[in-house]
Ligand binder design. Structure first.
Ligand SMILES: [Zn+2]
Length: 508
């Protein structure tokens, strides 16, 4: 890209090479990483307010304390911790800048506001910035199969929302400023410097090119739609990879050998669309939420709120009480509340599965709440903007308790009897004989619903249990969280530590 200076550079940002008008695209995944890397050690001034990476660290820590039912299960220390972050992987940056993260930031801020009556200085702004980066990346990352309703990750059409978003986004990026406190210049001057980072110009150039190319495709070539992900570096990287591979030693071809290599590639029809999305995002983050919705709800329900929380948090395990001895940044009541809210979201998911499988109105009444209560405030954050028929279910209190008891039972059982045969059928028998299912299902379907529910729960949390252990084995869960878990998890951490030590010794 440094070479563009030698070509005809037009004021609209396009270039002319050998009579061809060309638009410049920087690779969006790299641009996203650029923003993330700067955000790690610089606050962002966003519409005259400050956003900070510390808020993301805060909610990550909060979420990690939730135990097995987390709101941000995809995030690990490799996403958030400045020291441990995997700087090269695109998916890591994309998963942090997700609708889920923004939802958790807004939710936490709203909860904080409700309990302390003052809003955190930066958290709401951080949520806005995360949401913007998520939409920004989505808008240039649509691909067939990756389309999600209510999001910009979709094909660009003449009348799609991409065009207005891109114009707005260019303005926002132009106004965005980073606060540099740690560079040489800043420490020398003894005060923070307001800076713009190269990724910002990269985004502006790229979005302007998208606008220009879209216009050309729709107006001049009557294209109906295109997927913007096709304009990133992957096809180019694949192409060069093939050029290099064509001749064993063809690692540094000159113009001539390159042309021959290209021709022979075409002839041998090797230029098949090979996609390697290994370095691209896999995030399924949901669409976002308006914070005012929750504020309203929280205030309306202020009186019966404590009642709701207490009646359910009675059943919380002792592990959550252990955390009270720690110096928590949020108080325990809030922590308990978040646990209940987040498990209500997963419980709601199971409710929808049951409804779809059984399709009985009398059964639904036994597990779905007829009124919305404060327990559902996190669910509401996740569902806002989603389309009507996509609505999440609001489980009732009895179902939530059953869900909570069931999940604890499974995690405890697996912690003590994860070695052996017929684990699943033994576990199922135990659950059915221990927990009370009397509230679940109508007279006609009680047995079916009970079986169905238990099966899903075991599958979901059996998988969850393995997942947690695997994460610990990879070093993805910090010791301070593992120390509050069961024996197998502690064992996994020990294993991880000894392996890491051995690796270190070997590499020395
Ligand atoms: Zn029924």
């Amino acid at each position: 890209m440094t070479n563009i200076i030698y070509f005809n550079y037009f004021t609209d940002g396009s270039v002319n090479i050998a009579d061809h008008d060309l638009s410049i695209f920087f690779d969006p995944p790299h641009l996203l990483k650029g923003l993330r890397n700067n955000f790690l050690n610089k606050d962002i001034i966003w519409e005259e307010k400050t956003a900070s990476w510390k808020d993301i660290e805060f909610i990550f820590d909060l979420d990690s304390k939730l135990g097995h039912t987390r709101a941000l299960p995809k995030l690990t220390a490799h996403h958030v911790d400045r020291q441990k972050i995997k700087k090269m992987k695109v998916s890591v940056a994309a998963q942090v800048f997700s609708a889920r993260t923004a939802a958790m930031l807004k939710y936490t801020n709203a909860l904080n506001y409700f309990h302390t009556a003052n809003s955190d200085a930066t958290m709401a702004t951080t949520a806005e910035v995360v949401e913007f980066f998520d939409t920004l990346f989505d808008s240039v990352n649509g691909y067939p199969g990756g389309v999600q309703r209510g999001k910009l990750r979709r094909a660009v059409k003449q009348n799609s929302q991409h065009h207005t978003f891109w114009i707005e986004a260019i303005n926002k990026i132009k106004k965005m400023v980073f606060v540099d406190t740690s560079s040489k210049h800043a420490t020398k001057a003894g005060k923070p410097r307001l800076v713009r980072v190269p990724s910002q110009q990269g985004w502006i150039t790229t979005l302007e090119s998208f606008i220009r190319v879209s216009k050309l495709l729709f107006e001049q070539y009557n294209v109906e739609y295109y997927y913007p992900r096709n304009i990133n570096q992957d096809p180019l990287e694949n192409f060069f990879g093939r050029i290099r591979a064509i001749n064993y030693r063809n690692v540094n071809p000159d113009a001539n050998t390159f042309i021959y290599a290209f021709k022979s590639l075409m002839l041998s029809n090797m230029l098949s669309p090979h996609s390697k999305f290994s370095n691209c995002e896999e995030d399924n983050g949901e669409t976002l939420l308006n914070v005012s919705l929750l504020f309203k709800n929280l205030h309306n329900n202020k009186e019966n709120d404590s009642e709701n929380t207490v009646s359910i948090s009675r059943d919380l395990p002792s592990s959550s009480q252990a955390s009270s001895r720690e110096k928590l940044l949020v108080n325990d009541v809030v922590m308990e509340k978040i646990k209940v809210h987040c498990s209500a979201y997963t419980a709601g998911y199971i409710c929808r599965k049951i409804t779809r499988a059984i399709r009985c109105k009398d059964c639904i009444k036994t597990y779905i709440s007829s009124t919305e209560t404060n327990i559902h405030s996190y669910i509401k954050f996740r569902e806002y903007k989603l389309l009507k028929n996509n609505n999440l279910a609001y489980p009732n209190e009895k179902f939530l308790i059953l869900y909570r008891d069931g999940t604890h039972f499974i995690h405890n059982y697996l912690n003590y009897s994860c070695i052996g045969s017929n684990i699943k059928s033994n576990l199922k028998r135990k659950i059915l004989s221990t927990l009370s299912f009397s509230c679940l299902g109508c007279d006609k379907h009680a047995l079916i619903v009970k079986n169905f529910f238990t099966n899903i729960l075991i599958r979901l949390h059996g998988h969850n249990w393995c997942n947690i252990n695997n994460k610990i084995l990879k070093g993805d869960i910090d010791e301070k969280y593992v120390s509050k878990m069961g024996e197998p998890q502690k064992l996994a951490l020990k294993k991880y530590k000894s392996l890491r030590l051995r690796k270190k010794c070997l590499s020395k």
